[in-house]
Design a protein around this ligand. Sequence first.
Ligand code: AMP
Length: 423
Amino acid sequence: MAFGSLGLCDELLKTVAEQGYTKPSPIQAEAIPVVLSQRDVMAVAQTGTGKTAGFTLPMVQLLSGGSSPQALHVHALVITPTRELAAQVADSVQNYSRHMNIRSMAVFGGVRIEPQIAQLKAGVDVLIATPGRLIDLYNQQAINFDQLEILVLDEADRMLDLGFIDDILCIQKLLPNKRQTLMFSATFSTEIKSLANGMLNNPRLIEIPATNSTVDSVKQIIHPVDKTRKSEVLIHLIKKNKWHQVLVFSRTKKGADSLVLQLKDAGISADSIHANRTQHARTRTLEGFRNGNIAVLVATDIAARGIDVNQLPCVVNFDLPYLAEDYVHRIGRTGRAGTSGLAVSLFSEDESKQLQSIERLIGRQFEGDIIPGFAPSERIKADSTDDEEYGNFEADPKPQRRGQSQKRRSRGGNSSNRNRTPR
Ligand code: AMP
């Protein structure tokens, strides 16, 4: 399958060629012709599968055939769960529409609203927004949806996880009924199905199995280690492997900050990205990471969602995530759209439950790879009492709290029985 057979116009074919995309990813091959036919779409696809181009390319093509937006009006609205993702999608829209006459912008909280109001005055073809700020702007009469033609809900599952359901339903009421709606979600849960039923009109269901996407192209390694030696191990791995661009996941904000200090002490350029940092600091950090000034970016799950650095060579799970789905999202940051990647997890024995659910979810069992000099000791300490980040940038998400981990017992054992992960 070639891009040329999907019905895209010459300007967009030129753009994809300039991006170096030689063939459409599965989600693009399926979604682009359906979106161009103006039908609603429910797409179940992980991040990293190329879904942004999957909806952006046909969307800007459809919009380019119409008139320019009038003052305050918006022709297409993309709603994302987090600010980072909004900024990321806005970059992609800008990039993919570079040869088209399309005006796009992103609006999200954490930054001043006045410049956004001023920019919206001229009208935009594509507005990328997080739910809270969008509603604020509407309430301040800075935006008019009467001419809206296309609505995209990106990462709808994450929006529900973060408690945005009421906002989404509120936004839906503000939009014209006659519109094309595209919904993207990593899962197809009962909640997503019911949201889709209420928002989509006779949609085409497109399901891209997770195993077809990033997970297969990522080499996954589990290093069993002592919890207390994780920073030391990470520093060792970064230096030994000369990693120059690595995204490290920390379960907690405090843990992320303390790790950054330890990395810096070891002479490694590092910075963190999490909900306690200002939007400006996060944007600056991401930029530094993208352009190579920061070798190690330590992120919490929610902050990392949507970070798209082309062909990120390596991600490290400093802590295993509580939710197995987050493991898939995390490693989806590397080996994106067909390039191979490396996902390294530092596993301490108090995390056996998390590891088991990850293994169940992805349907494979890991062999632990013990690093010489860092074999885990006999007994491993119980969980730390760090604060956990489940805070997103705009709302308090569902508490998904500590009880489980505190109950988890620290288990003894010797290093020889740990080169196979506990079942
Ligand atoms: P997404 O899932 O939209 O976040 O995209 C993931 C990554 O895949 C981005 O870095 C894109 O630049 C890249 N990408 C998207 N489509 C293609 C394609 N057809 N071929 C190669 N890379 C792609």
